[in-house]
Design a protein around this ligand. Structure first.
Ligand SMILES: Nc1nc2c(ncn2[C@@H]2O[C@H](COP(=O)(O)OP(=O)(O)OP(=O)(O)O)[C@@H](O)[C@H]2O)c(=O)[nH]1
Ligand SMILES: [Mg+2]
Ligand SMILES: [Zn+2]
Length: 321
């Protein structure tokens, strides 16, 4: 019996593709004992590091052990309720790509992606592609809130081969989740940075994949320079509504220095007197980011009200039956 360590690249129908340290790809199933061991095992995800075992003939491989994760991206905010699904494990960063134009950037959507990454305690990196289509000072001013908030922002153009080396350097040796709206140039960026690499990034259009990605899950692509890129459709739906409204404020990273200074411990930063967040708007927190917070908070609270009402209704039904 010999063992090998590897990284899970994808999983379908109980068979997991695992890339070994030697760079070979093996199909493996979860060992029976592991299957029963705990719920955690049911959440085996791409990016997980595992120990593979094989028989003497080296024909059958099975996953004997899942090594501890250092991070993960989940469909539900960590520790908040049931039904958590791990999209990818051992993620180092989330790369959020938008276009400077065509399609027009949507900052409120960018904020949602950032909240999702923050809720999972993951670093984010923002990429604004197609910058050759717009005035450079304008676009840098337009996204300046994010640099001020502390996010690295890359300005790239696949067309003019701009900013690609810098982005490439940040992907090397790390596991990155690449995300962003359709048509912003995610696949183009990957192909430009890794010529000849057959990446499926964005290949499956979101609409086609919509009904499938919950079961099929994400794909992990090995990069030539030792990193990985996770290709996952519909990060937009990940996590957000599992986040409790009172945790949203800390997901706006530039709010954090002020959160302890609000007069009330349970301050929602809406209308409360002595709110340090509101006090910092225009001076540490941009008005737009604050507005985005208020908007999202309203949406999450609305979801919470709906699901509380739903729980009451379904409880009543159960009792009658
Ligand atoms: N002008 C310009 N067009 C670009 C640039 N990068 C990509 N494009 C074009 O934008 C369009 C969409 O690019 P894709 O790479 O397919 O976009 P994507 O983000 O992968 O989209 P999905 O796979 O649908 O999520 C293509 O026509 C590209 O040629 C750029 O820097 N400048
Ligand atoms: Mg694509
Ligand atoms: Zn407050």
């Amino acid at each position: 019996m010999s063992t090998e360590q590897g990284v899970v690249l994808e999983g379908t129908g109980g068979v997991w593709k695992v890339r070994t340290e030697a760079g070979e790809t093996r199909d493996a199933s979860l060992r029976g004992r592991l299957k029963q061991e705990s719920v955690e095992v049911l959440k085996l995800a791409v990016g997980d590091r595992v120990v593979l075992e094989t028989d003497a003939a080296r024909t059958q491989w099975s996953i004997a052990e899942i090594l501890p994760r250092k991070s993960r991206l989940a469909r539900r905010a960590p520790g908040e309720g049931h039904g958590e699904r791990i999209v990818a494990a051992n993620v180092d960063q989330v790369i959020i790509v938008f276009a400077a134009a065509k399609p027009e950037p949507h900052k409120r959507m960018l904020d949602r992606f950032l909240v999702i990454a923050e809720a999972n305690s993951l670093e984010s990196r923002i990429v604004i592609n197609k910058v050759e289509l717009v005035d450079r000072p304008w676009v840098e001013a337009y996204f300046s809130d994010y640099a001020v908030a502390g996010y690295p922002v890359h300005y790239t153009s696949v067309k003019q081969a701009e900013g690609l080396t810098e982005l490439h350097d940040q992907l090397a040796g790390r596991t990155s989740v690449l995300t962003g709206p359709s048509g912003v140039g995610k696949s183009s960026l990957m192909n430009a940075m890794y010529p000849g690499l057959d990446l499926r990034v964005g290949e499956i259009s979101e609409s086609v994949n919509k009904g499938r990605h919950t079961t099929v899950g994400a794909l992990l692509h090995p990069l030539p320079d030792a990193g990985y890129v996770v290709d996952t459709a519909g990060l937009r739906e990940v996590g957000m509504w599992g986040l409790a409204s009172e945790h949203l404020d800390a997901c706006f990273r530039e709010f954090r220095p002020f959160l302890e200074q609000c007069k009330f411990g349970d301050c929602k930063h809406e209308v409360e007197p002595g709110c340090a967040v509101i006090g910092a708007v225009g001076n540490g927190i941009s008005a737009e980011r604050y507005e985005s917070y208020a908007l999202l908070r309203g949406q999450i609270e609305e979801e919470e009200r709906k699901s509380a009402a739903y729980r009451v209704v379904s409880k009543g039904k159960k009792r009658r039956s």
